[in-house]
Ligand binder design. Structure first.
Ligand code: ATP
Length: 800
């Protein structure tokens, strides 16, 4: 806050007549404030006896004589006020004096020369120059221009000014808020970003003032003008905004018209001709009297508008303009007297700062959000909306890094969000349940736990399931082997039966007399392994995507195809490696658990040792042991060793986990490939068989069951086959033909081979078997026959 009386300056207008100069003198003493002495000329008309005062002395801050230039007026009077406005204080400069004393010339300036520019244009120039120089703040400048005439306010910047009469323009009125701040209604504010824009507004207002002149409003003499610069400043990033106003006031002529009697100009009782000035004087008188509590600001519009400037929050300066000519002596004395009273008024200027309402809203909104979050935690209230995918992902990552962190002191920071806290608990519970579920069914509890400790729950479950599946697969393979053995036995039995029963196929357990019973017979033979197949199928389906509806014959063929496929070696190898890696992981897990418990023990030992040392120090009254504790140091180095072991083992386990995952992927891929290749092969075989089967040739119908003498009508190759089956002499033929209809271990080679001759052969061989006409059933039958031939071939090879 700056406490300051209103600064008063005097400016004497240049006199037209040189001889008038002797009626005043200016006394300037360096130690004292300058004084203006107005000398009353002796008027001989008053007679010899004259007891009137001959001079009046008035003190001013500074007195500018007639030769004072506009520039010095600005420098001494206006510049300090402009600076305080730039600093954020309100400022007012008003010119008071009789008509023609140079108020307008001082405030606005003369129209003739550039050097005659008055306080307003010079102040605008200075302000904009300073704003440009100062980059530490963001400034906004607005201009308003108010004219008060006959107690009515008019907006000189109202664009309607030109076209309308003054009486028709909306009046500017004063409004007072509860804090007694005055607001002006209908007074427009115009932003000016440059000096030029501001000057244009000044000229616009002055022009409007001239246009509005009427006989009632004789020039500027009877009106007051208040040109106001509204300056807002704000530091970037700060919420505080400063507002400052600079009123540059050109008051109406203050003259008191003296009605004298006959004769000369006398100091007679004055008559107020301007009500506003009268009220202004009342306010000034009231303010200058120490004990006056009521100040009649509200009596006039001008005093209301200038309320802050007079005895309020403002740095105010008055310029008393004097036209010190003999005829103006009394008015000049009156002006000086007025100035002396004004000089007694004390103002208290404060920085006009306020918080930017927009920033305030943002700040309050944030505060509300923070408080709500705090309240939600305090009351246990949950936020209703679920966590987003991104939030969950972030949280999982946090949990994972928390679990992996070896530092027992590490913390999981999820903030005050109850949803996240609950999610963490849920996650840990799941981990715990997974562990205990794994621990119980296995006999080697401790080793299993040790293996699982460093692995995540889900990962462990996955690996465990895979192991189970592998075991199942092994079981299936064993079953398959059994089945193959059994089939070989069946084949041997068949072979002997065929021999013994002198080629009576109708008695064969595989071929019944009627087509209807034929399929039943086949399925009844195969049904013995049905349960095994179904189980195997479901497992294969799980791992390789094999269709559940795969027929039994096809499944059987697939098993053989798989067994003989080149990739099966790779799959088997990978299986073995995987088993190996699992046992390695188990061993590493055990080792990690062991190391962890060792770390725990060492930490306890260090704490114990430390406590012992402290207790020892207390008992011996020494603060710290003088020598380093060797035992503690040894423990610490052991701890470090264990920690690094833990770390390296953990890293190995991690790498192993990656390898296991990779192997599993490889196996899955290989199986999928196998499945696809098998599908291709199967489709090819089925197509070729269908072409040659009776079902595909309705004209042939179902062929009768071959009779005893029928082989004679068979083609050479076909009879050779049957013959070969009859005796060991024909093993070579048997082998060759059997190979041709067997699924090839390499389907690619198979497809590239002499498929036409093979198809022909197959057609001949199979055409002797009566089929049902149903494509699915027939393909099952044919597949079964092939499998049977495969077994026979093996048998041939075995006996060879
Ligand atoms: N210091 C000065 N130097 C030169 N000319 C001046 C000076 N002061 C005033 N004048 C001239 O005197 C005349 C009257 O001055 P001005 O209009 O400023 O008086 P005023 O006090 O504003 O009168 P009113 O009350 O009627 O508005 C103008 O022509 C102006 O140019």
């Amino acid at each position: 806050m700056v406490k300051q009386t209103i600064q008063i300056f005097a400016r004497v207008k240049p006199s037209v007549r040189k001889q008038q100069q002797g009626i005043y003198s200016i006394e300037e003493d360096e130690k004292l404030t300058p004084s203006l002495e107005i000398l009353l000329p002796r008027d001989l008309a008053d007679g010899f006896v004259n007891n009137k005062r001959e001079s009046y002395k008035f003190r001013f801050q500074r007195i500018f004589d007639q030769d004072a230039k506009q520039e010095i007026i600005f420098e001494i009077i206006a510049k300090p006020v402009a600076e305080s406005v730039l600093a954020g204080y309100n400022g007012t400069i008003f010119a008071y004096g009789q008509t023609g004393s140079g108020k307008t010339f001082t405030i606005t300036g003369g129209a003739e020369r550039y050097s005659d520019r008055g306080i307003i244009p010079r102040t605008l120039s200075y302000i904009f120059e300073q704003l440009q120089k100062d980059s530490s703040k963001v400034y906004t400048t607005h201009i308003s221009y108010l004219e008060i005439y006959n107690e009515c306010g008019y907006d000189l910047l109202d664009p309607r000014h030109e076209a309308s009469k003054l009486e028709d323009l909306p009046k500017v009125t004063t409004l007072e808020d509860p804090d007694q701040n005055i607001h002006l209604k209908n007074l427009s504010l115009h932003q000016a970003t440059t000096e030029e824009e501001a000057l244009n507004l000044l000229f616009l207002g002055d022009t409007n003032r001239m246009i509005a002149e009427t006989p009632m409003n004789q020039a500027s003499t009877r009106s007051h003008c208040i040109f106001t610069v509204h300056l807002t400043s704000k530091e970037p990033g700060s919420a505080t905004v400063r507002h400052a106003k600079l009123h540059l006031v050109d008051l109406a002529g203050s003259e008191r018209v003296a009605k004298t009697g006959v004769g000369g100009l006398l100091l007679t009782e004055a008559k107020y001709i301007n009500l506003s000035l009268h009220y202004l004087e009342q306010v000034i008188i009231a303010l200058s009297e120490k004990h006056r509590t009521h100040i009649p600001y509200r009596n006039s519009m001008m005093t209301s508008v200038l309320r802050d400037s007079l005895g309020g929050n403002c740095m105010t300066t008055m310029i008393a303009t004097l036209s010190l000519e003999k005829r103006n002596i009394d008015e000049s004395i009156s002006t000086c007297r007025f100035a002396q009273r004004v000089a007694l008024i004390k103002n208290e200027a404060v920085l006009n700062e306020e918080i930017d309402p927009r920033l305030m809203i943002v700040r309050l909104q944030k505060e509300i959000a923070d408080l709500k979050a705090e309240l939600a935690v305090a009351t246990g209230e949950l936020r209703t909306e679920a966590l987003t995918e991104a939030e969950l992902h972030q949280l999982e990552k946090l949990i994972a890094s928390f679990l992996e962190d070896q530092d027992p002191e590490s913390r999981l920071e999820v903030g005050a969000d109850m949803r996240k806290i609950h999610h963490c608990f849920h996650h840990f519970k799941k981990l715990l349940n997974d562990k205990s579920a794994i621990k119980n069914p296995v006999s080697s509890e401790s080793t299993h736990q040790a293996c699982q400790e460093p692995l995540e729950g889900e990962e462990y479950t996955k690996l465990r399931d895979l192991l189970k599946q592998r075991d199942n697969e092994i079981n299936i393979l064993v079953n398959m082997l059994k089945k193959e053995k059994k089939k070989t036995q069946d084949a041997l039995y068949l072979s002997s039966m065929e021999k013994n029963e002198a080629r009576t196929p109708q008695n064969s357990p595989f071929i019944s007399k009627s087509p209807a019973s034929q399929s039943t017979s086949v399925s009844s033979v195969l049904s013995q392994d049905h349960s095994i197949y179904r189980h195997s199928s479901s497992l294969l389906h799980k791992k390789t995507g094999m269709r559940e509806e795969m027929s039994l014959g096809r499944q059987e063929a697939f098993e053989i195809f798989k067994r003989d496929h080149a990739d099966s070696v790779t799959i088997e190898d990978n299986k073995q490696i995987l088993k190996q890696r699992f046992s390695e992981a188990k061993a590493l897990g055990e080792s990690i658990n062991e190391t962890r418990s060792k770390i725990g023990q060492l930490k306890d030992a260090i704490t114990q040792r430390h406590l012992q040392q402290v207790a020892l120090g207390v008992s011996e009254n020494t603060v710290t042991p003088s020598l380093p504790d060797l035992q503690e140091e040894k423990l610490r180095s052991q701890l470090e060793e264990e920690k690094s072991r833990y770390k390296s083992t953990f890293m190995r386990l991690k790498a192993l986990k990656v390898e296991i995952e990779h192997l599993q992927l490889l196996m899955d891929k290989a199986k999928l490939k196998l499945q696809k290749e098998f599908d291709v092969w199967w489709a090819e075989e089925a197509a070729s068989l269908q072409v040659n089967s009776p079902a595909a040739n309705p004209q042939e119908g179902v062929k009768p069951v071959p009779q005893q003498d029928q082989p004679r009508h068979l083609s050479k190759k076909s009879s050779q086959r049957w013959e070969a089956e009859d005796g060991a002499d024909s093993v070579d033929i048997c082998d060759r033909n059997a190979r041709r209809i067997l699924p090839s271990p390499r389907p690619s080679e198979h497809s590239q081979g002499s498929s036409s001759s093979r198809t022909q052969l197959q057609g001949r061989q199979i055409s002797s078997i009566p089929l049902t006409g149903d494509s699915q059933t027939d393909s099952d039958i044919l597949a079964f026959i092939k499998a049977r031939q495969s077994v026979l071939q093996k048998k041939c090879l075995g006996s060879n």
